[in-house]
Design a protein around this ligand. Sequence first.
Ligand code: PLP
Length: 405
Amino acid sequence: MRPIQKSQKLADVCYDIRGPVLEKAKQMEDEGHKIIKLNIGNLAVFNFDPPDEIVQDMIRNMQGAAGYTDSKGMFAPRKAIMHYSQEKHIHGVTIEDIYIGNGASELIVMGMNALLNSGDEVLVPAPDYPLWTAAVSLSGGKPVHYVCDESAGWMPDMDDIRAKITPNTKAIVIINPNNPTGALYPREVLEQLVEIARQHQLVVFADEIYDKTLYDGEEHISIASLADDVLFVTLNGLSKNYRSCGYRAGWMIVSGEKRHARDYIEGLNMLASMRLCANAPGQFAIQTALGGYQSIQDLVGPGGRLLKQRDLAHKLLTEIPGVSCVKPKAALYMFPKLDPEIYPIADDQEFIRELLIEQRVLLVQGTGFNWIKPDHFRVVFLPNTDDLTEAFGRISHFLEAYRKR
Ligand code: PLP
């Protein structure tokens, strides 16, 4: 029989966060091993419950959520998002500029699909949240990675961005706060990015899904608030700030230079209507979440569980010889470096697989985030302090043995 093969469109598409090492972990769990998972930013499985008012409101609204909605989303949640964009000083946003999706993920793919022709280039950070790279490839575009500079707190390297712009560059992706580095970009950095976008007429895709998960009293600035003459597509949602990944509730705001983007917006509208609408219970949740008590503050503020776990994870990690790590200012992740002189790793996926098999701790390798060398990995600091202590003890043992090889 003729083999049934995957589409050639998928040839360059890669999403390693749920890749082969995770399959191995599932197999080990089926065999009865307990694995400490520092691999996925899924808050609910670590007992970070969603705000009760969201859950109650969803249950109450369930009956009224059985029908399709407007393909961009229901009026009330879009209105709530409109108010949110005003709070973030994103100017001129109307209800029509807001699209609700089944998580930001669906809208990231939609935003790229509506824009890209074969050969169009999109600047994507390295490291990145790999859906961005995958979405560009899947849409027929070419992801071109610009480096974020670890020695500068993982800020985007402006010279590298400028050097990589070609006549085919259509857009730039900014992930702020950043997954996997935990970086939070200050105003000066955002202004420089806007200037580059302005000069080269790039669409700015701003992924701001962690914009309330901020430590040490930091503030988040939406890049779309900084200009009216650049087209911004801002992504956000409930998954992280409201601990509701499973509700699949995300949104996209188109703002700035919309007059010259009518055709693109038509494309977005068409793709939004083709998938009919986002799930309606999740839409109800958006309205309640944005209007309600912002309980993420209790987790990230003084004495908060996430803050404590970040501090502990960073301390334990950087006590290991040859491991350095920029302390995250935001989000749920750290992206530590293994000194290549001490840990000469050729294949970081294999390294992570060995760690899993020997110590039953699951991480994701740095190259899974399109990082350029096999010398980093990503840590999710969601497990409780006991589990984090246990996990870093095991990682430390593994690395000690690795040093002696
Ligand atoms: N953007 C970033 C930077 C993420 O880290 C994630 C999930 O981890 C997403 C988007 C996906 O969000 P959603 O659950 O809304 O699809």
